[in-house]
Ligand binder design. Structure first.
Ligand SMILES: Cc1cc2nc3c(=O)[nH]c(=O)nc-3n(C[C@H](O)[C@H](O)[C@H](O)COP(=O)(O)OP(=O)(O)OC[C@H]3O[C@@H](n4cnc5c(N)ncnc54)[C@H](O)[C@@H]3O)c2cc1C
Ligand code: SF4
Length: 339
């Protein structure tokens, strides 16, 4: 059994108190939400915070507000997110992404905020301390070299959150709160293409809320590739959303890939889709474009060339589903559940 390192545990009751504690404890403090990623990481000595500021008691992070759009508190567990009627009915891509994170137990503990701030992953990093010590560590922590690409000047660890691509494709913003004030930013801009410094969140900021715009006319979907249908981190996530006119003409479109880069990868597809009906030829072109942009590295499960090749297939499944094709048989084959 691997033991947790020693740490101080603080459990504030309000967002204001939590922000003040985070400021006062400084860079040695980290936020703890469900702990499903952070606590295993601490056991493996990836992160060694002297203090954990828990968000579990913060009722402010549990709110759901359904008005002109939909606001979801970052402290909602993923199970709670999937039970919000508006998520299931209007933001299908988010529902499908949250439903495919880990296992029911982990979704009952893991939060939306924790999922969005999830550490990047890599075969050479997600190992215990002794394993990493045997290879003299790597650039992400304690070492100097990137074993995935030894000439690389930056860490190429993979963004592995399922909900971030889905939420970006839905045009989500996030509210970040600190002792100094608060700001709202597009979720897309929270991420950096850097396996170490993967968030633009400032050290004292707490992700308090996710804000979704009105879904009028939009439909969305999320397709996930992983080895086991029961649970596994994504080795490809495809989040697609389209706004379609009554006659089927695409008015707006978004496509975001997960797990092929250190950040959720936004692919500009408007030029191919807007003003047209998504016929097979256009969908194939969108798939080919996405495949050409995806740069999976040899640092997660399965062969990287195969992972790149299937991008076009998965993008095709997503857009065919969005134009109304019955994709349930393919969905059952890939996700092993109806979503
Ligand atoms: C076996 C296993 C399988 C998994 N499979 C998947 C998977 O398929 N897909 C997937 O996406 N994830 C997966 N996970 C990872 C994890 O369970 C989820 O991402 C979960 O949603 C993380 O949320 P949490 O509340 O537990 O985060 P925590 O572990 O508490 O925190 C994660 C990180 O986010 C920071 N943080 C948490 N909340 C906030 C906040 N409000 N503001 C700012 N920073 C914050 C923490 O400081 C920490 O750095 C898996 C984990 C395990 C153990
Ligand atoms: S991508 Fe390179 S630097 Fe980053 S965790 Fe993997 S081996 Fe380490």
């Amino acid at each position: 059994m691997i033991r947790l390192p020693r740490f101080q545990y603080l459990a504030p009751a309000t967002l204001k108190e939590a922000s003040a504690l985070l400021r006062d404890e400084g860079p040695d403090a980290m936020l703890l939400a469900g702990g499903t990623d952070l606590l295993p990481n601490m056991k493996r000595r990836h992160q060694l915070p002297a203090t954990l500021v828990s968000l579990r008691r913060l009722a402010e992070l549990k709110k759901v507000a359904n008005g002109s759009g939909l606001a979801l508190g970052a402290g909602l567990t993923l199970s709670e997110v999937t039970k919000v009627a508006a998520v299931k009915e209007k933001f299908r891509g988010l529902y499908q992404a949250a439903m495919q994170v880990a296992t029911p137990h982990l979704r009952n503990m893991g939060t939306l905020g924790g999922n969005l701030c999830l550490d990047t992953r890599c075969t050479y990093y997600n190992q215990n301390y002794e394993w990493r010590k045997a290879i003299d560590f790597c650039m992400k922590i304690e070492g100097t070299v990137c074993w995935v690409a030894t000439a690389s000047k930056r860490c190429l660890a993979v963004s592995s959150t399922d909900t971030a691509p889905a939420l970006i494709s839905l045009g989500a913003k996030v509210r970040l709160v600190s002792a100094e004030g608060e700001r709202e930013v597009a979720l897309e801009s929270l991420y950096r293409n850097d396996g170490i410094d993967y968030l633009s969140r400032k050290p004292g900021e707490i992700l308090a809320e996710v804000v979704l715009p009105q879904s009028d006319g939009w439909t969305s979907t999320y397709w996930k590739l992983r080895r086991r249908g029961s649970f596994d981190f994504p080795i490809l996530g495809v989040a697609a959303a389209v706004k379609t006119a009554r006659d089927g003409t695409v008015e707006d479109a978004r496509l975001v890939l997960g797990a092929v880069s250190s950040h959720p990868l936004v692919i500009q597809v408007k030029g191919l889709l807007v003003g047209r009906k998504a016929d097979d030829e256009i969908i194939e072109a969108v798939g080919n474009l996405a495949e050409s942009r995806a740069k999976p590295m040899d640092n997660t499960d399965m062969d990287l060339r195969w992972r790149k090749r299937v991008v076009a297939d998965f993008v095709g499944y997503a857009f065919r589903e969005l134009r109304g094709d019955d994709m349930s048989a393919v969905r059952m084959r890939t996700a092993r559940q109806s979503l």
